[in-house]
Write a new protein. Structure first.
Length: 256
C-alpha cells in the first residue's frame, strides 16, 4: 500500500534526526577523548625533544665544560708559541720579530697560570708539547725511536696526568691549526710574514670570543677569573695583530 506523503516525510525527518544525534554524540566523544589526552600529556618542558645535530666544533663552543676550555686554551697557547718561535727563526721583518717575541712571553705566562689552575682543580691538561708533536712530519711521528723518546719525555713531565692524551694528540687539535702551521713551515720572506700576521689576527679574534664566553658562563670560578683576567691581554694582542697586518699586508693563502 502506498504511504501518504506526510508519513514519508515524517519518517525521513526521523532518520535524519537520528543521524544528526549520532554525529553529535561521536563528536562529543572525540572532543572528550582529546581533552583527556591533553590533560594527561606532560608539559612541553618535560616532553622528550628530538636530538639537535651540530658539528662537534659548534656544539663544544656553545657549551664549553671546564675540561674543554682548559684543553682549547692550552692548545691555543701552544700554537701561538710554536708559530711565533718559527717567526723568530724565519722572518727578517723587525716588527714581526718583535710581535712574535711578545707572543711567546705572554702565552707562555698564560699557559703556566692555566696549568696551575687546572692542576689545583684536578682538570686534565694536554701534553705540553702536543702541538709541536702534531705538526711534525709523518716520518718523524712514525719513527719508533722518535715516538719512544717523545713518550718518555711526556712521562717525565709533571703536567701530563692523563695517559689517553698521549696516544693520539692529532685528534685533539683542529686540522685547520695544523694546516696553518704546515703552510708556515714551507714559506719564507714577505709571504711568510703575511701569513703569520694574518694567522695571528684570526687566532686572537677567535680567542677573544672564546674567553669572553668562558668568563661569562664557565661553570668553574677559578677558570672564569682566569678567562676574565686574560681577556685584556688577548684584546691587546688582537690590536697588535691588526697593526702588524697593516704593516706587512694580509694573505689569502689560508683560505686555499
Amino acid at each position: 500500500m502506498r504511504q501518504p506523503i506526510c508519513a514519508m516525510k515524517a519518517k525521513t525527518n526521523f532518520s535524519l534526526g537520528k543521524t544528526f544525534v549520532v554525529a553529535v554524540c561521536i563528536n562529543a566523544i572525540a572532543i572528550t577523548a582529546f581533552a583527556v589526552g591533553e590533560t594527561n600529556r606532560p608539559p612541553l618542558s618535560d616532553r622528550p625533544t628530538k636530538p639537535q645535530y651540530h658539528s662537534p666544533d659548534v656544539a663544544r663552543d656553545e657549551n664549553l665544560t671546564p675540561q674543554e676550555f682548559v684543553h682549547k686554551a692550552a692548545i691555543s697557547g701552544q700554537k701561538e708559541i710554536e708559530l711565533s718561535e718559527l717567526a723568530l727563526e724565519k722572518s727578517n721583518h723587525p716588527e714581526v720579530k718583535q710581535f712574535a717575541h711578545q707572543m711567546i712571553l705572554d702565552h707562555a705566562q698564560a699557559n703556566r697560570q692555566l696549568q696551575q689552575i687546572a692542576q689545583a682543580n684536578a682538570i686534565e691538561l694536554p701534553p705540553t708539547n702536543a702541538f709541536s708533536r702534531a705538526i711534525q712530519t709523518p716520518q718523524k711521528l712514525e719513527s719508533p725511536r722518535a715516538r719512544e723518546a717523545a713518550d718518555a719525555s711526556e712521562r717525565n713531565s709533571d703536567s701530563i696526568r692523563n695517559p689517553s692524551l698521549r696516544s693520539d694528540t692529532k685528534v685533539l687539535i683542529p686540522n685547520s691549526d695544523l694546516m696553518a702551521a704546515q703552510k708556515l713551515k714551507n714559506l719564507s720572506g714577505s709571504e711568510f710574514d703575511q701569513v703569520y700576521a694574518t694567522t695571528m689576527q684570526q687566532d686572537h679574534a677567535k680567542a677573544v670570543a672564546k674567553f669572553e664566553k668562558a668568563a661569562a658562563s664557565l661553570e668553574n670560578d677559578p677558570l672564569k677569573r682566569f678567562a676574565a683576567d686574560t681577556l685584556p691581554k688577548l684584546r691587546h694582542h688582537k690590536q697588535m695583530a691588526d697593526q702588524l697586518v697593516q704593516q706587512v699586508g694580509t694573505s689569502s693563502i689560508l683560505g686555499e
